[in-house]
Design a protein. Sequence first.
Length: 162
Amino acid sequence: MVFPSALIAQSTEYLLKAGYIEKFTHFIDWPETSSLNDSTIPFSISVIGEHPFNTSIEKIFNKVMVKNKKVRIRYISSVDEIGNSMIVVIPGSQKNRLDTILNYTKGKPILTIGETKGYGKKGVIINMFIDNDYIRYEINRTALSKSGLKISAKLLEIARII
């Protein structure tokens, strides 16, 4: 079977981005008021809208636990479905709904992660982007401080700060 090189490159990119999302969880502390302390609720990651991740996120998170919890990946189409999500992944397809999503998550202990140019400046807490064929990320300090989440200085050292 032959796959176009662009398709292979895209699937590799999104597998790497899913790996970044997993690594980010090691450097984030959620407040005690979050659902993280409820042992009956799994660590929930929601991907909102159409996305190019395919099964990349499951491939990464099926093998690990986050904060000593099993991970539940949810694919949602509405802001109302975010619920107890600890992380919301916001793909480029949500550009027109980004303000609505961020209004919902603002001030809540929900780590928003984007992968589209301009999302960091608009208020996504961590935004991944491609720079010279490398995946880099930026952190919006204002959005971070409003969320109540704490990020390790190690993560901040290598991020572009907005």
